[in-house]
Ligand binder design. Structure first.
Ligand code: FMN
Length: 450
C-alpha cells in the first residue's frame, strides 16, 4: 500500500433491470434479452475496461418469484458468465456473488481458482449467505439457516477455501523434463479439515494464480455480516444514502478490522450507487426524476417491498392503515437487517403502508446527480471525507453509463483521483491489496501426495 489513496470504480450490471427497475428494459438501447446475452455483457464490460475500471460485479441470488425484477427472472450464472468475460477482456477485475449457504467449499473454491487462472489473477468473490430465504427449498431444506448458522458456515467456508487455495506451494511444479519429475510432492499439502459445518480431506486440484488467490468481497450488513467483513473482507460492498452514513459505515468497518489486528488501509469500502449525469444540474435532476417515476410503478414497489421480508405479500393489507409491523417475523431468515430498518422507520414515524412504500422508493435517490463537474466534485467530497474508497456504479441506462465513462471519469483523472491507465495486471493490484502469504500454518503437517 502506498500513502497515495486512489479512487476505485466498479461496474454493477443488471441488464434488463434489477431491484426497483421493473421498466428499465423498455429503454430502446437495452436488448430485451440483455441479461442472458453474452454480447451485451462483453460490450458493457469492455466500456468499463476502456475507462480503466477496477472491476465488474455480477450480483446473484437463487430464488425468483413472479414479482422479481426482470433481470432476476432470466439471467446467466455468474461463474460461467465471468469465465466468458475473462477471455473477452484483459485487465478488469471479475467479481461475482457466490453464497456459502448453498455451495460446498471444495467445489466452489476450485471453480473460483479456475476463474482466477483463466483471467490471470482477476477473480473476486462476493461472499454472501443468501438473503432470499426461499432458496432453501431449492436445496432440499425446509427453511433457510438462522443467522448464526449462516454466518458460522460463511466463516468456516472462507477458511476452508483459503486452505484449499494454498494446497500447492508456489514452486511445487518442478516440470523437469530431464529427470521426468513433474511435482515436488513435499510441496503439496492436504487440508485435513474437520469443522463444525464442513469436512474436507484432500488438497485442492489447482495451483495459485498471479494474484495468489481470489480477492474476498463481503456485503452483509448485520452485526454478523459486519464482523465477517472485518475478519475476512478485502473489499466491502455496502449502501449509503448520505455522506454521514457512508462515513459511519467506513469508520465502523475499519475500526472492527483494526480491533482484530488487521491493517484497515488494506480494506476497500465500495458503496453501490446509480449516477445521473445531465448537461446541467437541473437537467440531471429532471432525468433522475423521470426515471424514478418510470423505472417502476407504485404497485410494483408494494410487491417488491416483500422481498426483504421473505417475499411476504404486502398487497393483502390496507395501504392506508399503519404499516403492518408484525410482518417483520417473516424476515427472520431473509434480509432481516433491511426489513428491520424499514419496520423501525415506519413504526417510529407512524407511517402507513402507502407512506412506507413511498419512502423506500424515495430512498433510491442517489447523491450523485448533476452535471459531470458536479458529480466529479461530489465523488471527491465523499472520497476525501472517507465515506468511501470507491464506487460501485450501476450501469443503468446505457446512455447514462456512457456519460459517466466519457464525461465524469476524465474529470476524476484530471483531479488526480483516478488512474489514467492500468498500472497493474491483477484485481489485487488494482485495489492495492497484498498477495496473501502461502505459508502453511504451524499446526498443518505437510503431507506427501499419493
Ligand atoms: C451492496 C450489497 C450487495 C449484495 N449482493 C447480494 C447478492 O448478490 N446476493 C445475495 O444473496 N445477497 C446480497 N447481499 C445481501 C447480503 O450479503 C446478506 O445476505 C443480506 O444483506 C442479509 O444479511 P445481513 O442481514 O447480514 O445483511 C448484498 C448486500 C449488499 C449490501
Amino acid at each position: 500500500m502506498t500513502d497515495h489513496r486512489e479512487l476505485h470504480l466498479g461496474l454493477v450490471t443488471t441488464g434488463v433491470g434489477g431491484p426497483g427497475q421493473y421498466n428499465r428494459w423498455l429503454d430502446p438501447e437495452i436488448p430485451g434479452d440483455a441479461s442472458v446475452n453474452i454480447d451485451w455483457y462483453i460490450d458493457i464490460v469492455r466500456q468499463a475496461e476502456a475507462a480503466k475500471f477496477d472491476l465488474v460485479f455480477i450480483v446473484d441470488s437463487q430464488l425468483i418469484t413472479r414479482d422479481s425484477p426482470p433481470h432476476y427472472l432470466n439471467r446467466l450464472e455468474p461463474l460461467t458468465l465471468l469465465s466468458a468475460l475473462a477471455v473477452a477482456t484483459s485487465r478488469i477485475g471479475l467479481v461475482g456473488t457466490f453464497t456459502t449457504s448453498y455451495n460446498a467449499p471444495f467445489n466452489l473454491a476450485r471453480r473460483l481458482a479456475s476463474l482466477d487462472l483463466i483471467s490471470k489473477g482477476r477473480a473476486g468473490w462476493n461472499v454472501v449467505t443468501s438473503g432470499d430465504g426461499g432458496t432453501a427449498a431449492n436445496y432440499g431444506l425446509d427453511e433457510h439457516y438462522d443467522y448464526e448458522t449462516r454466518y458460522g458456515r460463511a466463516a468456516e467456508f472462507i477458511e476452508v477455501s483459503r486452505g484449499l487455495w494454498r494446497s500447492y506451494e508456489d514452486d511445487a511444479f518442478v516440470r523437469d523434463r530431464a529427470t521426468g519429475r513433474f511435482l515436488d510432492p513435499d510441496k503439496l499439502h492436504a487440508l485435513n479439515h474437520k469443522g463444525r459445518h464442513f469436512s474436507v480431506a484432500a488438497p485442492s486440484l489447482i495451483k495459485r494464480s498471479p494474484q495468489g488467490e481470489p480477492a474476498l468481497f463481503q456485503a452483509g450488513d448485520s452485526e454478523f455480516g459486519r464482523n465477517l467483513g472485518a475478519r475476512f473482507g478485502e473489499a466491502i460492498f455496502t449502501h449509503a444514502q448520505t455522506i454521514e452514513q457512508g462515513q459511519a459505515f467506513y469508520t465502523d468497518l475499519k475500526g472492527r478490522a483494526a480491533a482484530l489486528g488487521r491493517n484497515p488501509d488494506a480494506i476497500v469500502i465500495l458503496p453501490g450507487f446509480s449516477v445521473t449525469v445531465g448537461d446541467t444540474d437541473a437537467h440531471a435532476l429532471e432525468i433522475d426524476q423521470y426515471w424514478r417515476e418510470h423505472d417502476h410503478s407504485f404497485e410494483q414497489a408494494v410487491a417488491e417491498l416483500g422481498r426483504a421480508f421473505g417475499w411476504h405479500d404486502f398487497r393483502q393489507y390496507d395501504l392506508d392503515a399503519p404499516f403492518p409491523a408484525a410482518a417483520l417475523e417473516h424476515a427472520r431468515r431473509s434480509f432481516y437487517t433491511q426489513a428491520r430498518r424499514i419496520t423501525d422507520l415506519a413504526v417510529s414515524e407512524g407511517l402507513s403502508l402507502r407512506e412506507t412504500v413511498a419512502r423506500t422508493r424515495q430512498g433510491w435517490r442517489s447523491p450523485f446527480v448533476g452535471s459531470a463537474q458536479t458529480v466529479a466534485a461530489e465523488i471527491e467530497r465523499w472520497f476525501t471525507a472517507r465515506a468511501l474508497d470507491g464506487l460501485n456504479i450501476h450501469s443503468g441506462h446505457p446512455s447514462q453509463f456512457r456519460r459517466f465513462t466519457q464525461e465524469v471519469v476524465p474529470l476524476l483523472q484530471e483531479r488526480g483521483l483516478f488512474r489514467k491507465d492500468y498500472a497493474q495486471a491483477t484485481l489485487r493490484g488494482h485495489l492495492g491489496l497484498p498477495i496473501p502469504a502461502n505459508r502453511r500454518g504451524a499446526e498443518a503437517q505437510p503431507e506427501a501426495a499419493e
